[in-house]
Design a protein around this ligand. Structure first.
Ligand code: CTP
Ligand code: MG
Length: 221
């Protein structure tokens, strides 16, 4: 059984608002992306990092990994990663945002276990807040909290299944799915969920980096 990981670092971190993309921000003496890469190293047979064009060489040199150029959207970046892995007999692939450095290795292993039966599996967490829809400054509806979940990465798939889904979306000129499980749904297949980790936050703003630093320093991850 051959396992691969695609680590996404093709974005520029607009909302993070620093000169260098957030994946290179320092988090307790290491870079954010370094944590993400490390979580997969011992688990997978092949890894490819998808990088923004300006940082391809830097990532190659710094982390000694295979790097391919990213696309205009996250979806297109993933497609480049999948293209790169094609013809290499990959059975299962994990797709992970480098901006989620705190995922545990246990979670990665668990997802690769479950995917054998389920074919497509993602970690999700419940919303602790009540949720509503707002239109023109007033509440236009309420959502059932029990039915709403936040989607995390890594997401793990049968390689052929997720590659087919990506190719189909591409042929239909759809390029802006923000996560890969939506593509499985798009081709009419089921996506299984498992309970994710509250600590597996996505670094989007500087505030998130502060939280991540605290979680590490307090030994909570
Ligand atoms: N990503 C990517 N290729 C893109 C856009 C995003 O590989 N064209 C990656 C990012 O590097 C990140 C992950 O997808 O690891 C999730 O995206 P997001 O958190 O939105 O990161 P950015 O797009 O970099 O941030 P922003 O939206 O604030 O610009
Ligand atoms: Mg983005």
């Amino acid at each position: 059984m051959k396992k691969a990981a695609i680590i996404l670092a093709g974005g520029i971190g607009k909302r993070f608002g620093s000169e260098i993309p957030k994946q290179f921000a320092e988090l307790n003496k290491k870079t954010v992306i370094e944590y993400s890469i490390e979580k997969f190293c011992d688990v997978v047979d092949e890894m490819v990092v998808v990088s923004h064009i300006d940082y391809v060489e830097e990532i190659k040199n710094r982390y000694n990994v295979k790097v391919v150029e990213g696309g205009r959207t996250r979806q297109l970046s993933v497609k480049n990663g999948l293209d790169n892995l094609s013809g290499r007999n990959i059975d299962y692939v994990a797709i992970h945002d480098s901006a989620r450095p705190l995922v545990s290795k246990e979670m990665v292993v668990k997802l690769f276990d479950i995917v054998i039966e389920k074919k497509a599996v993602i970690p999700v967490i419940n919303s602790s807040s009540s949720l509503c829809r707002v239109k023109d400054g007033v509440v236009s509806g309420y959502l059932c909290r029990e039915e709403i979940f936040f989607i995390q990465t890594p997401q793990v798939f049968e390689y052929n299944l997720i590659y087919e889904a990506h190719k189909e979306a591409y042929l239909k000129n759809i390029f802006d799915f923000t996560d890969d499980s939506q593509l499985i749904d798009f081709i009419g297949k089921k996506v299984s969920v498992i309970t994710g980790e509250e600590t597996n936050i996505k670094i989007t703003t500087k505030f998130d980096l502060e939280i991540a630093e605290n979680l590490i320093q307090k030994g909570l991850v």
